[in-house]
Design a protein. Structure first.
Length: 264
């Protein structure tokens, strides 16, 4: 009798453990399902453009910046979460067109040419361009760039401006995918200067230990500003634009500008 009792106890324990395991598996499955149901939008950006977007190495290469905060603020209002996808600037519009990302926040200017490929929100920030060079080079005006090698970021508004400028001032243009590459080329003496958005340029000049200087340019696109880009016909365009306008009117965008740009 004792033998059967022991066997029954063993069977009961096995059954109990199996039930517990089944409950655990069910909970795990439910959690995965919940995660997959979250509304996530993929944000395309080029994280080499502080303070708009850049890698915070102190946080394990997390992408942070003004554009990232703006994206999260608008998306949260609309009930979305944001997943950041970092890539070269010249790959952003193709990524929108192919559906790899849902929208782009990368200090992108809504030029007529770009509007043929993607839709834009209203402008959320206006900046100017700057000539960045070594102090010892003494380049302070656009005319000083004559005969010089000038760097620009590939597919940027600054590249377009430099090409226009090169029609009247003879210079050699070189393009690179990332802003840090332009700064490295200047410091190495391979570029005499680079044309960079002033808000971004100020950060590099500040951190150069007095070796770099910058001069603001007067160019035709200087008042064009930055906007959020979407695939053609995206339903997100109007939704984002409505929230953007609200945040600009109530001062929340200004708070982000102060947070990120007062550091420069």
């Amino acid at each position: 009798m004792k033998k059967w009792r022991g066997l029954l106890s063993l069977l009961f324990c096995i059954l109990f453990i199996s039930l517990l395991s089944g409950c655990g598996a069910s909970g795990s499955s439910a959690e995965k399902q919940s995660e997959s149901n979250k509304k996530i939008l993929k944000l395309g950006t080029s994280a080499d453009y502080a303070p708009f977007e850049y890698m915070d190495t102190a946080k394990g290469d997390e992408v942070i910046g003004f554009d990232i905060d703006l994206a999260n603020m608008i998306a949260k209002e609309l009930g979305y979460e944001v997943q950041v996808v970092d890539m070269d600037f010249n790959g952003l519009i193709p990524a929108l067109q192919s559906g790899k990302v849902d929208f782009v926040l990368a200090s992108m200017t809504p030029t007529p040419e770009r509007k043929k490929s993607v839709d834009f929100s209203d402008v959320y920030y206006v900046a100017k361009n700057m000539i960045v060079t070594k102090k010892e080079n003494g380049l302070k005006t656009m005319e000083d760039l004559k005969g010089k090698t000038v760097g620009v970021q590939t597919a940027s508004i600054q590249e377009g401006e430099a090409k226009k400028l090169a029609k009247t001032i003879e210079m050699k243009l070189e393009s690179r995918n990332r802003i840090p590459e332009l700064i490295q080329e200047i410091q190495a003496g391979r570029f005499d200067a680079a044309i960079i958005e002033n808000t971004v340029a100020k950060g590099y000049i500040k951190n150069s230990g007095g070796k770099l200087m910058g001069t603001t340019m007067q160019t035709s696109e200087q008042e064009a500003g930055s906007a959020i880009a979407f695939p053609k016909g995206s339903k997100l365009t109007d939704k984002f634009n409505q929230v953007l306008q609200e945040k600009m009117k109530n001062g929340e965008v200004d708070k982000l500008i102060k947070k990120w740009f007062d550091q420069q």
